[in-house]
Design a binder for this molecule. Structure first.
Ligand code: ADP
Ligand code: GLC
Length: 488
């Protein structure tokens, strides 16, 4: 089956969060499941630089008249054939893929990402005579217009299905309605039965409305986004489409996240030979100037510092955590207020708290390897990858019971310890006392060495790879293009 994945980011070339990890791992996982997967990406400079043996597929005029090229080549770091939109005026900029250096969204984002969807739909429609996808699978609002353009492309001999995955409903891609007429969509699309959302242009809604099938990244989040509380104003539409909405839990890319072979960490380890983990902890404590102690747990946070991640609860619980003898190491960047608050805490307790503001892939690996507990107290979390990396690296996740966190972490209650299903710590009320009780449970278990080791070993053995998710996507692809059996 030929599947085209459309996304704005891809690990290891361009990453602002978990979306990139998924976009980087899914093509190979689909190939292993028997698909012929390719990707379509905007031509950001790291992506252009990685593209090997590329050839010009075609030159086109975007709906607003701008001339752009589409190249096809091998994306060497990912090992997948990639269509890349070569449009330096749109994509070669400083800052993140979405914002300038002052964290201001680029004014022409609606064009930059409409183009991604528009080219996706052209590829669905046979732009490359050598390779036409049967399914086009787009990810998050940046790629969401793919489904809308596909819905308005004249019928083909072969039906090409569209699948749209929501990685985070909170980021919607809202733009002023005046831009609608630049996008080349029929006027009928700008309506409540289309991509209009409270008078604005919503890329997210385009994906949700026009895709043949919608997925999101965990079963629990698939339910949560159909409620007013977590639906971000789109719950009505999501409820109306509930029969076309599936939660597929993300996997972990085990070629990147494996403590036995990870080149970023000082000592390798796994569930059978865990000794290296204690050494990684000592090395990190020494390096950061933390008191070297193995007797109390080291807590870790690797996170975007945003409202979503609930880290103000960690600030509120920190004194109690330190009073129990724990330590905290944090790597993150984002909200300046949170950055300043964590920096301040590190400055006042340098032997117990270490804070690094910034983005550092290798350091993230070392934190998972060294810490005993990975804190993920998110207010909401579509899937969450860091709790899964924590499991894999024997850093037991301590999480709020939402979204993918609820689907992957089982609390160390007496019954789940006895039933050998516990793999971490879970709190149910999004407030400091509830988090504190979970932290106390972590200390209590840590004091029972044999039990801690048993839970940690189970966590590290938990199957988290991409096999299940890839099989689930293939099943969905088959469902959405039933007329194509001959090709599948
Ligand atoms: P989200 O996509 O909402 O940020 P996820 O848990 O799905 O949350 O994915 C976050 C990804 O980004 C993980 O791979 C995590 O290790 C990584 N990450 C987050 N912050 C940093 C950072 N400051 N430095 C390095 N990696 C980070
Ligand atoms: C989003 C979500 C996160 C999820 C990631 C990958 O960034 O916030 O929960 O793990 O996408 O699907």
């Amino acid at each position: 089956m030929k599947v085209l994945q459309v996304s704005a980011e891809i690990f290891p070339l361009l990453k602002t969060g978990g979306l990139a990890d998924i976009a980087g791992a899914l093509p190979a996982a689909l190939q292993r499941a028997g698909c012929d997967a390719r990707v379509l990406l905007p031509g950001f400079s790291p992506i252009m630089a990685d593209l090997q043996n590329s050839s010009l597929l075609t030159e086109l005029h975007a709906p607003w008249g701008e001339r752009v090229a589409v190249r096809l080549g091998l994306l060497a770091s990912v090992g997948v054939m990639a269509y890349v939109i070569d449009a330096p005026a749109l994509y070669w900029r400083h800052g993140t893929p979405y914002e300038d250096a002052q964290r201001k969204p680029y004014a022409d984002n609606y064009r930059r990402f409409a183009l991604l969807g528009w080219v996706g739909a052209r590829l669905a429609n046979g732009l490359d005579h050598q390779w036409q996808p049967q399914v086009v699978h787009s990810h998050d609002w940046h790629a969401a217009l793919t489904s809308a353009y596909m819905a308005f492309t004249s019928a083909q001999q072969m039906y090409v299905a569209s699948v749209y995955t929501v990685h985070n409903l909170a980021y919607q891609g809202l733009f002023a309605p005046r831009h609608f007429f630049e996008l080349g969509l029929p006027a009928s699309a700008f309506s409540v039965d289309g991509l209009e959302f409270h008078g604005q242009l919503s890329f997210m809604k385009a994906g949700l409305f026009y895709a043949d099938h919608i997925t999101t990244v965990s079963p629990t989040y698939a339910r949560e986004i159909q409620t007013a509380e977590q639906g971000c104003g789109l719950d009505g539409l999501l409820r109306a489409r509930s029969h076309d909405l599936t939660g597929v839990l993300n996997g972990v890319d085990e070629t990147v996240w494996d403590p036995a072979t990870d080149p970023a960490i000082a000592y390798g380890f796994d569930a059978d030979k865990p000794a290296g983990k204690a050494r990684c902890k000592t090395v990190l404590q020494q390096e950061l100037g933390l008191t070297v102690q193995s007797e109390a747990p080291l807590f870790g946070v690797v996170s975007r510092l945003t409202e979503q991640k609930g880290l103000h609860l960690v600030l509120a619980a920190l004194d109690a955590l330190l009073a129990e003898g724990g330590q905290l190491v944090l790597l993150g960047a984002g909200d300046p207020t949170l950055e300043a608050a964590f920096r301040e805490r590190a400055a006042s307790r340098p032997q117990s708290v270490s804070v690094h503001i910034g983005y550092d892939e290798a350091y993230a690996h070392r934190i998972f390897a060294a810490t005993d507990v990975t804190l993920v107290p998110s207010r909401f979390e579509p899937c969450g990858l860091t709790q899964m990396y924590g499991l894999r690296y024997g850093s037991l996740p301590l999480v709020h019971h939402v979204g993918g966190l609820a689907d992957t972490v089982v609390d160390c209650t007496l019954e789940d310890l006895a039933g050998e299903t516990a793999n971490g710590f879970v709190f149910h009320h999004f407030e400091t006392p509830s988090l504190l009780r979970a932290i106390r449970r972590a200390f209590a278990l840590y004091a029972r060495k044999a039990e801690w080791r048993a839970v940690r070993s189970r966590a590290m053995r938990q199957p988290l790879g991409w096999g299940n998710a890839a099989a689930r996507y293939v099943e969905l692809y088959r469902q959405v293009c039933p007329g194509n059996e001959g090709f599948l």
